[in-house]
Ligand binder design. Structure first.
Ligand SMILES: Cc1ncc(COP(=O)(O)O)c(C=O)c1O
Length: 390
């Protein structure tokens, strides 16, 4: 073999039976082969297990899929290259022309974009209600045949809690699928409810370190099989190296989540005691209007603390710019603390009435609390409030 050939056919190294790595290797290979063409044909006919092309499946991704399905309490999982791809792929795969989707003003902005601007083009209709409008949800589902209900809990940014039992009961009664974007709550929450499909951005708590994008769809095996078939042709696959980083992040998922929640409640209490803060939104606070519901539904209350400054955009800017430990940047769930000040919090596509329903005002700030020392975080927030109101 000439060297130019050899570099493309390097020596194989097989790990002997009984000699296993503690951490599974990254299968950074797009292609897999079988012993011969007959074996390959057998695989393609579904007669044997294996891997062939990584857009369809890959061992590094499969390990993460199995782990996440188990944590969320469902049989199967499908990974995507970002969280938003889980929403797009689920909607595109499950909806057809004239179908109706029930969604909420408190949803993640790109979910609203997908429904309005993308699926709208293909004749998929939707209604946006407030997640608190239980009577409205009942009425819409009773009157309008609905393909699916897409919702979140806690919601973004003001951490409203969806009444999941109520929503799943009504959806089932009326033949609608429930799709819960469970990114804020995490894999250890909400599995006890009869949700049909869980979506997660793995960019947040799963990876935890702000260095990789990813998404997961978790559901029953038949639903995942259908979604997988469509997703293979849509193409938003996760790269094996990204899957490896997320798998590594998952090793500390519970430790990080626990620490972030402990820090978040301390931050919420500090803000609630400050006269320069009008309202604090954190489901773990007894003063949160849905604290009892959150305590029934969830094992903990998440790491997003939102609040309303007693001031306008300029006060919000000064507050954000004075913080030393909170980066002004989107996303949540990472080890470092983050802030979205009112001027850049988003929701620009909402009508004034919808903004009122979503409780987004010129004072609304969203914090994502990290794993830093809690006293440092509290001190930073106090000093920034002093600077903002000086
Ligand atoms: C609730 C929720 N769902 C989905 C996403 C999208 O995730 P990604 O950024 O991984 O596409 C986000 C990101 O901010 C989110 O907050």
């Amino acid at each position: 073999m000439k060297k130019t050939t050899r570099v493309n056919h390097p020596p194989a190294v097989n790990v002997p039976a009984g000699n296993r790595p503690v951490v599974a290797p990254i299968y950074q290979s797009v292609k897999f082969t079988f012993a011969d063409t007959a074996e390959t044909a057998g695989f393609l006919r579904g007669e044997r297990e294996g891997f062939f092309y990584s857009r369809t499946s890959n061992p590094t991704l499969r390990q993460l899929e199995l782990l996440l399905a188990e944590l969320q309490g469902r049989d199967d999982c499908l990974l995507t290259g970002s969280g938003v791809a889980t929403i797009a792929a689920t909607l595109l795969s499950l909806c057809r022309q004239n179908d109706h989707v029930l969604a909420f003003v408190e949803s993640y902005g790109p979910s609203r974009y997908l429904l309005r601007d993308l699926l709208g083009k293909f004749g998929v209709r939707h209604t946006l209600l407030s997640i608190e409008d239980l009577a409205g949800i009942e009425q819409v589902l009773a009157k309008t045949p609905t393909r699916l209900v897409l919702f979140e809990s806690p919601t973004n940014p003001v951490t409203k809690i969806a009444d999941i039992e109520h929503i799943t009961t009504l959806a089932r009664r009326n033949g609608a699928l429930t799709v819960l974007d469970n990114t804020f709550a995490g894999f250890h929450n909400h599995g006890q409810f009869p949700i049909d499909i869980f979506l997660h951005s793995l960019t947040k708590f799963a990876s935890g370190h702000s260095d990789v994008l990813g998404g997961a769809i978790i559901a029953s095996q038949p639903l995942i099989a259908k979604l997988r078939k469509d997703l293979v042709s849509l193409g938003p696959s996760l790269d094996p190296h990204a899957a490896f980083l997320i798998q590594r992040g998952m090793r500390t998922y519970f430790l990080r989540y626990e620490r972030q929640c402990a820090n978040a409640i301390a931050v919420a209490r500090l803000l609630a005691a400050d006269a320069r803060v009008r309202r604090v939104f954190y489901p773990g606070l007894e003063t949160h209007p849905q604290h009892a519901l959150a305590a029934r539904q969830m094992q903990d209350f998440g790491s997003v603390v939102s609040f309303e400054l007693d001031g306008d955009y300029a006060v919000g800017d000064r507050f954000a710019d004075a913080l030393q430990l909170f980066a002004v940047t989107p996303s949540i769930g990472s080890v470092e603390s983050l802030i979205m000040p009112p001027r850049i919090l988003g929701g620009g596509d909402l009508t004034p009435d919808q903004r009122v329903l979503a409780q987004m005002t010129p004072g609304t700030v969203r914090l994502s609390i990290g794993v830093e020392d809690v006293d440092d975080l509290l001190q930073d927030l106090k000093a920034a409030l002093d600077r903002a109101f000086a």
